[in-house]
Design a protein around this ligand. Structure first.
Ligand code: NAP
Length: 543
């Protein structure tokens, strides 16, 4: 339960206090949750069953509302429910058809807790729009979500599916499948990145989806990318609306609210941005070495002390003016000022095979997908800080990783380059990838030596890509925010864009792209916004 521990520490609570607090919340659930664990016994016991057993013991000790039972695979109940793998967990099987193939460890601890509350309260907590779509479901949906304990995106998607199952237990059944505990099932489905979601054996979601997008994908049995609300959503009025929940946005939120501004933040995906998937951070002051996700949890807890965060909500349209009107996938915001802190997204290589084999051996997230490649041979493409940090992470996890770089020297920091050398991680210099080869999954890469132009094939199980980021400027561009020649948001020294009342901060502005600089820019922008709201330059007709 690493996550609840972190949250407890971030709240300044000891572990015991955190467990008492959680136990109190579980005690308030109107329904008892019966969790049945099917596990191996003695020689048959595996490490996943042992972890599941320990986690369940912890929860059952916390509250009498959580009742845990354990049976071996040869028990008649296992036959009754058709259980074939250990560990498998069932939750109130007389009411809900949900099975969890794996152990609630790491990030999955969050999912497990959410499921306890969903079932204990017997309420899906879906939005009204989602409930309407669930009411219209035209037939049964057998859902499979592939997850892993090290994937910070997975709980969002697993909880989406659990909510759908609690809302329509008559039609929706759910299997949460830990790919580390069940590599064979993951292979059968070609699920080599997480989260990945299937309904009626059709792929309906690659990655974590906003709630309504997931529900619509479930309804249509086809992956949806955007959800357009059917009716006018609730209105929220703010002095400052922040778009993007990375270090820049979160810091801006803290500063703005402490200045007295009514502030909200909208994030369509995972809070923390790129930091959430950074394996280790060693240059954020105050932390000698900290997991990216842990740092994000601490920042988010801090920000939540001050601001409302609307997560899983996508901004669909912005209308500049006074106020600025912002339509998200769930509601409308009227705001005096808007801060664009949308960060940047992974660059793609843009070569044949890359998109087709994405999630089939091609990955942009080593913390999410690295564990799948333990003992296998992969390449890490890139020569910057990200590629070297992530190559080191994969190496320490037991992945046979080779760095592939198009030039003959790296642009990563000296400290990282030294670690790469000290650990003997091989580097293919002056090498570009021409094509990624394989039918169902990655089998090899076609390489070309950028100096001699010699071509060769390298058999490989996975291709990790860390070649930098492109700024996420689609929203800004749509409303006419001016960009720099490099494609970043153009702003003045006070973080004002060319549109009155609209500001920017963080990686979307270019610059050094460090967590600490993004946080600094967020603080600067919030102070500037506060000063401008006291004395609006747009009302004086000058900037
Ligand atoms: P980056 O610094 O922009 O480096 C991108 C790397 O990918 C470069 O080596 C580049 O090669 C290579 N590349 C770009 N396009 C390519 C293509 N089409 N094919 C093959 N290779 C290609 O990106 P990053 O490493 O993701 O870092 C982004 C920012 O985050 C940087 O400012 C970095 O300092 C920061 N960051 C910092 C830390 C840290 O402080 N520990 C950790 C991670 C990231 P060339 O060298 O030939 O251009």
């Amino acid at each position: 339960m690493a996550n609840s521990q972190n949250q407890g520490e971030a709240h300044g609570m000891s572990n015991e206090e955190m467990m008492r607090h959680l136990g109190g919340s579980l005690d308030r659930m109107p329904n008892e949750v019966r969790v049945i664990l099917f596990a191996g016994r003695d020689d048959d016991d595996n490490v996943f069953s042992q972890v599941a057993r320990q986690s369940l013991e912890l929860f059952s000790k916390m509250s009498k509302k959580v009742r845990v039972e354990e049976y071996p695979l040869n028990h008649e109940l296992a036959r009754k429910y058709g259980i074939e793998t250990a560990p498998t967990l069932l939750f109130n099987p007389e009411t809900y058809n949900i099975r969890w193939l794996g152990a609630p460890a790491g990030e999955e601890g969050r999912t497990f807790m959410e499921i306890l509350f969903l079932i204990g309260f017997g309420q899906s907590s879906l939005s009204e729009q989602s409930i309407r779509m669930m009411d219209d479901l035209d037939g049964p949906r057998s859902v499979k979500v592939f997850v892993s304990p090290s994937c910070p995106y997975c709980p969002q998607q697993a909880v989406n599916a659990a909510r759908a199952m609690v809302q329509r237990p008559d039609l929706v059944s759910l299997e949460l499948i830990d790919i580390q505990a069940n590599p064979d099932i993951a292979d059968d489905y070609g699920a080599h990145s997480v989260p990945q979601t299937f309904a009626e054996d059709l792929l309906i979601g690659l990655g974590a989806q906003a709630e309504e997008v997931f529900i619509q994908s479930l309804q249509k049995l086809e992956e949806q990318r955007i959800f357009i609300p059917e009716s006018t959503a609730e209105l929220v009025e703010t002095d400052l609306l922040i778009v993007g929940g990375g270090p820049a946005g979160l810091t801006a939120g803290i500063y703005a609210k402490r200045s007295g501004l009514k502030t909200a933040l909208v994030e369509k995906g995972v809070l923390g941005g790129q930091v959430a998937t950074t394996p280790v951070v060693e240059n954020y002051p105050g932390f000698t070495s900290v997991g990216g996700k842990t740092l994000v949890d601490i920042m988010v807890q801090h920000a939540l002390e001050y601001i409302d965060i609307f997560q899983g909500e996508e901004v669909l349209a912005i209308e500049p003016g006074q106020p600025i009107a912002v339509q998200t996938s769930r509601r409308r915001f009227n705001t005096q000022t808007l801060l664009i802190a949308t960060g940047a997204t992974h660059k793609h290589l843009g070569i044949p095979g890359e998109d087709r084999l994405s999630g089939r051996g091609v990955s942009y997230c080593s913390t999410c997908d690295g564990p799948l490649f333990k003992g296998k041979k992969v390449i890490m493409v890139g020569g910057g800080n990200s590629a070297v940090t992530e190559a080191l992470y994969l190496y320490h996890m037991g992945v046979d990783v080779t760095l592939v770089h198009r030039r003959d020297n790296l642009r990563a920091q000296e400290y990282l380059i030294k670690s790469l050398k000290d650990n003997g991680i091989p580097v293919l210099w002056n090498t570009e990838i021409k094509e990624i080869l394989g039918e169902e999954r990655v089998k090899a890469v076609a390489l070309i030596d950028s100096k001699t132009k010699e071509e060769s094939n390298l058999p490989i199980d996975g291709v990790f890509v860390a070649i930098g980021y492109s700024p996420s400027v689609e929203l800004a561009e749509k409303i006419g925010v001016a960009l720099t020649p490099e494609g970043y948001i153009k702003r003045d020294e006070r973080h004002r864009t060319n549109i009155p009342g609209i500001y920017s901060a963080g990686d979307v502005e270019g610059g050094y792209k460090q967590i600490v600089t993004a946080a600094g820019q967020g603080a600067e922008a919030a102070i500037s916004i506060f000063e401008d709201l006291i004395n609006p330059y747009w009302k004086q007709g000058k900037k």
